[in-house]
Ligand binder design. Structure first.
Ligand SMILES: *Cc1c(COP(=O)(O)O)cnc(C)c1O
Length: 356
């Protein structure tokens, strides 16, 4: 058990009311969790203190070589007033997998969970309750040694900040248009694609801007070697329903192993649907779209939960999916996952963790 010191803000901010649209990632709560790491001493000085700027040396290694890890998950308030987190154990496990890949010291799982729970408990008045809203939890670690040489840092900061977020689809699920990128790549096997780290995002910006200019909201990445096989979307994993079978690219080392991806796979299997985690080529999709076998496409991620895809663009071709509307299975997955997250559907899988 961590002995977390609490330093209460003397200057609380107004909590946004139900009329606030809560644009993603723009409002932060009154407090944040901070814990330091020093080589030889381990993680120390856990505290919850007023949210605000931190002081770092300009030479801090994170600014120069990007040694950092982040996570993202949500807390929800149920109709009967309980606070639930969704599969936080999976985020903690993934955080430590990322940490190992990035040479960042691991964080004991129970300490990680305790820190998130205590912060969410203190900030519970900030959890919005309107349909589709939640409190986004952003844990992250940064390397803080003031040193311009290249090596793993000896000191780190682990922090958790919270942000109330609005419904991803204020008017209900809405299919998105996706751009299949054939020039830039996001990650390669053996690289850092399966770690949740800022470097993967900076690698994605140029293609994202290109897609936006073409009128597409998201990029679908191909494998970094042959640019032939589907990997994932910007911050989502991708699923296809082809001739009644649910297909998603297998985790191959360059794809981020999403918690929502895992949830979709487990739910579809529980419903008795055939599920295949394997390589999926653009050519296969092209063919499936042409013959009408491509029944549904959706993205999965914490932010949107399920994001139906209306059409895919590859070079000069457009693959129309179904009738361009929301697929039946996409809708069922969305309703089930959000229903469990909000405590409206019984959680027979034991996925939710109550913050008391
Ligand atoms: C976080 C993330 C996802 C989705 O993971 P979830 O755990 O489902 O939120 C997918 N791809 C990338 C690149 C990500 O960073």
């Amino acid at each position: 058990m961590l002995d977390i010191k609490f330093i209460k803000t003397g200057n609380p901010k107004p909590i946004p009311g139900p009329e606030n649209p809560l644009v993603f990632g723009t409002i932060f709560t009154d407090h944040m969790f901070v814990m330091d790491y020093t080589e030889g001493k381990g993680w120390h000085d856990p505290r919850i203190e007023p949210y605000g700027p931190i002081s770092l040396e300009p030479a801090a290694m994170v600014f120069h070589y990007g040694q950092e890890m982040f996570e993202g998950l949500k807390a929800y308030k149920t109709e009967d007033g309980r606070i639930l987190m969704f599969r936080p154990d999976k985020n903690i496990e993934r955080a430590n997998n990322s940490n190992r890949r990035l040479m960042i010291p691991e964080i004991p799982e129970e300490d990680f969970l305790q820190a998130m729970k205590e912060l969410v408990r203190i900030e519970q008045a900030w959890i919005p309750t309107k349909e589709g809203t939640s409190l986004y939890i952003r844990p992250f670690v940064i390397a803080t040694d003031p040193f311009l040489g290249v090596r793993p840092s000896f000191t780190y900061k682990f922090m958790i900040i919270l942000s109330p977020v609005g419904a991803y689809y204020p008017e209900g699920l809405d299919p998105v248009k996706i751009w299949i990128e054939d020039e830039y790549v996001r990650a390669v096997r053996g690289g850092i694609g399966e770690a949740k780290t800022g470097g993967n995002y900076v690698a994605s910006l140029a293609a994202q801007m290109k897609a936006h200019e073409e009128g597409y909201s998201q990029v679908l990445w191909l494998d970094g070697v042959e640019r032939k096989y589907i990997e994932e979307v910007g911050a989502m994993n991708i699923f296809f329903k082809i001739n009644g079978t649910v297909v998603t690219p297998q985790l191959n080392g360059s794809i981020l192993p999403g918690v929502t991806r895992r949830t979709c796979v487990e739910l579809c299997k529980a419903w008795g649907l055939p599920v295949e985690e394997r390589k999926v080529s653009v050519q296969e999709l092209e063919e499936a779209a042409r013959t009408g076998a491509l029944e549904e496409v959706w993205g999965s991620g914490t932010a949107a939960v399920i994001s139906p895809v209306g059409h895919l663009r590859y070079e000069d071709e457009v693959f129309q999916i179904g009738d361009g509307g929301i697929g039946e299975l996409s809708q069922k997955l969305y309703d089930t996952v959000t229903g469990i997250q909000l405590g409206k559907i019984e959680d027979t899988f034991g996925w939710t963790v109550e913050v008391k």
